[in-house]
Every structure is written in C-alpha cells, then in structure tokens.
Design a protein around this ligand. Structure first.
Ligand code: FPP
Length: 234
C-alpha cells in the first residue's frame, strides 16, 4: 500500500492525511475483495523497515491502526471476515497489540475471507525465523535434515497454512518487492499501478484482477493454466 505520502504532498497536506485517507482504501479494498469471493487478502501495512521513519509518523500510523482495529471490528464481524496478523508483533505498542489480539480473537470463527495484516513484517526476517525454527527442530532430534523440503519451510513461515498469493498488487509506480513475501512470491503474478494507495478503490482492484485473468501461468512448465483453475487448485 504505497504512495500515501506522495498523495498528501501533491495536495499540500501533511503525510498523515495520506495515511488517513489510505485507511479508507483499506476498508474499501477489504470489503470489495470479500464481495469478489477472494479467500485471502494480505495488506502490507507496516514493514520492519518502517520503524526507522520519524517518531511522529510511526506514532501516527500506530494510532491509525489502533483506531482501525477498534472501529472496524463490527463491520468485519458483519461480513464474516477473519483477521490475522503476520510479523514481529512484539514490537508493536502494547495498546495496538491488545487491540490486534482482540480483533484476531473476535473474528477467529469467521469464514468468508481472511484478511492478513502484515505488521512490522520483513520477508528476510520471516525466512530467518523459519530457518531458526527448523534448525531448532533438527538440534532437538525432532527433524531429519534429509526430510526438509519446500513444505517444511513454507509451514514455518509467518504464512504457514496460507496458500501462496496468486496476485501481488503494488501501488504508486514503484517496481520493487521491498522485502515483502520473498519465498511465497515464487510464482505470484505481479501487478504494478501508478495509482497512489489513497486513490486505490474497488474499480482499481477490479482492473488488477482483470489483468491477472489475462495472464498465462505456467509454473515453469509448458502447459498453461488459467487463473481460475489455479484459484480452485490453491
Ligand atoms: C506507504 O506509503 C504506506 C505506509 C507505510 C502505511 C500504510 C498504512 C495505511 C494504508 C493506513 C493504515 C493501515 C491499516 C491496515 C488500517 P508511504 O508513506 O511510503 O508513501 P510515499 O512513498 O508516497 O511517501
């Protein structure tokens, strides 16, 4: 979800206004995705590198997140959306962590869509943590190194139990992964748009999905699979 700062700057506003408006895009996209029957939607809301931003901006983002968790839970419940969180959650302020835990707990029984919030998340750190867990299991004699396969690694990542993403959308014209899911994106279709996140709404999501539906996914083989078949397979 990139481009909040530029959206605000272009209007002579403080960066916080871009983030505030970005929160409206989060609501719109979560609800549109749910309407479309998308089973998993991950929002990269705060990266492990974002802690290095000025304290005022970090505090603002944390308070925005807190407000979102507290005020959205009713809407999420009404729509049957389950919320989960990925990342180094220990670093979040206690108040945010508590609100997050409450939202996760309250929505745990919901089944229409899973909205995963990547918070204080870094793809490399995710791989490091998974590696440490696997090494620990080997050291304790619970795992034979010869048995380690792709599933073993996938299970130990923060996304363990989730399917790999079919589509990655990055807004604001940047053509980078920026330490998002590194292992998980192996065969994900990438979609980049110049639209800034605060302007990104349902129509933009539909455009991204329409582009995705024109892709031929080969997974390194010569046979093509339609995105629809793959959705079902995942
Ligand atoms: C990147 O834009 C955006 C962020 C670091 C924060 C994303 C947060 C939100 C969309 C709002 C709150 C989120 C939730 C889940 C309620 P940027 O600041 O890097 O923009 P720039 O590159 O134009 O400066």
């Amino acid at each position: 979800m990139d481009g909040n700062g530029r959206w605000a700057h272009g209007r002579g506003l403080a960066r916080s206004e871009g983030h505030r408006r970005g929160k409206d895009s989060v609501r719109a996209v979560v609800e549109a995705a749910r309407e479309l029957g998308i089973p998993y939607l991950t929002l990269f809301a705060f990266s492990s590198e974002n802690w290095a931003r000025p304290g005022t901006e970090v505090r603002f983002l944390m308070s925005l997140l807190h407000r979102y968790l507290v005020t959205e839970v009713k809407r999420l419940m009404k729509r049957g959306i389950r919320v989960i969180a990925l990342g180094d959650l220990e670093r979040l302020p206690a108040q945010v962590r508590r609100a997050l835990e409450q939202t996760v707990e309250m929505t745990a029984g919901n089944h229409t869509m899973t909205a995963a919030l990547a918070l204080s998340y870094g793809g490399r750190q995710d791989v490091v943590t998974a590696t440490r867990r696997i090494a620990q299991a080997v050291a304790e004699g619970k795992l034979d190194p010869a048995q380690i396969d792709e599933q073993t690694v996938a299970r130990e990542l923060a996304t363990g139990g989730m399917p790999d993403p079919d589509l990655l959308i990055r807004t604001s014209g940047e053509l980078r992964i920026s330490n998002f899911f590194l292992y998980q994106l192996a065969y994900t279709e990438l979609y980049f748009t110049d639209t800034l996140w605060p302007d990104f709404r349902e129509r933009d999501l539909l455009r991204a999905i329409a582009a995705y539906q024109t892709r031929e996914r080969r997974f390194g083989t010569v046979e093509t699979a339609s995105p629809h078949r793959l959705r079902a397979a995942n």
